[in-house]
Design a binder for this molecule. Structure first.
Ligand code: 1BO
Length: 280
């Protein structure tokens, strides 16, 4: 379906995937993943903290696709970070999924143990437990510090990006570093459903709100992982390749940026933005 991007380790990754932050383990996840596979999605973004790895793995294993025909993303949770935690954590996730390896394994949030985690991630890659590695929710400073301290670049940098939090500062940094920038919660968790600007563009192009928002992210050159549990929405979210937003339409959506996060992470952060403690 969607085009692929070549990561900085020469591995290919689909630019559009299904985000799995939300669906409950069991029927909800099974239905979503089956619908996504049917609609042509080939990237699945999971995390141990989403508590649905079992059903995701079940749906992927039941599909007719070979393992190298889809791209699986996983994330290590905060409590498992450090030098010794990652190997156990990734094995636990792979066991729940019933699969042998991740295509991409991310540090879910920056913590004071993330440097050690990152060093341990090299071993996970060497052991073949993941093909590529990356980080999520790292600020540009945290990302640069990680690279400076370890001399190892992530393949992917996953961040909350949508029209209410457009983060135009990130793309030039990612491009300069040669790291693929991936937008999670690209639909702003439903906060833009009634936005008049998007509504007018959607009406003029005879597209849905979601398609307009996703197309905006796509034209910005981002990889993206919209989440939905409804098969018709999952299909709709994948139909963004046969139309284009004009420059004016892109600018109108850019102007919606309020630097506003739509997340409420259950964490306390320290003064440098590292997670101090978290609830799972
Ligand atoms: C708390 C989870 C954020 C998105 O992965």
């Amino acid at each position: 379906m969607a085009e692929q991007v070549l990561l900085n380790n020469r591995r290919a990754m689909p630019r559009l995937g299904l985000g799995l932050w939300g669906p409950r383990d069991g029927r909800e996840t099974l239905v979503a993943v089956e619908a996504a596979l049917e609609a042509g999605y080939r990237l699945f973004d999971s995390a141990s903290a989403y508590h649905n790895e079992k059903s995701l793995g079940q749906a992927l294993r039941a599909s007719s696709l070979k393992r190298n025909e889809y791209f699986l993303v996983g994330k290590i949770w905060n409590d498992d970070q450090g030098f010794h935690g990652p190997k156990e954590a990734i094995k636990r996730s792979l066991e729940a999924l019933g699969l042998e390896y991740f295509d991409l394994y991310l540090i879910h949030w920056p913590t004071r143990a993330s440097l050690d985690t990152w060093r341990a991630f090299q071993e996970l890659r060497d052991l073949g437990l993941t093909r590529s590695i990356g980080v999520a929710n790292f600020s540009p400073e945290q990302l640069k510090d990680l690279i400076e301290a370890t001399k190892v670049k992530p393949q992917v940098w996953q961040m909350e990006i949508h029209p209410l939090r457009a983060r135009p500062d990130l793309s030039p940094i990612a491009t300069e570093l040669g790291i693929e920038l991936m937008a999670y919660s690209p639909l702003a968790r439903g906060r833009l459903k009634k936005n008049q600007i998007i509504g007018r563009i959607a009406q003029s192009l005879e597209r849905s709100f979601s398609q307009i928002i996703l197309r905006w992210a796509w034209q910005r050159g981002l990889s993206l992982i919209p989440k939905s549990i409804r098969p018709e929405r999952i299909q709709e979210n994948a139909r963004i390749f046969d139309f284009e937003l004009s420059k004016e339409q892109m600018l109108a959506i850019n102007r919606l940026d309020q630097g506003q996060s739509v997340l409420k992470p259950p964490f306390v952060f320290d003064e440098a933005g590292y997670v101090l403690s978290s609830l799972k």
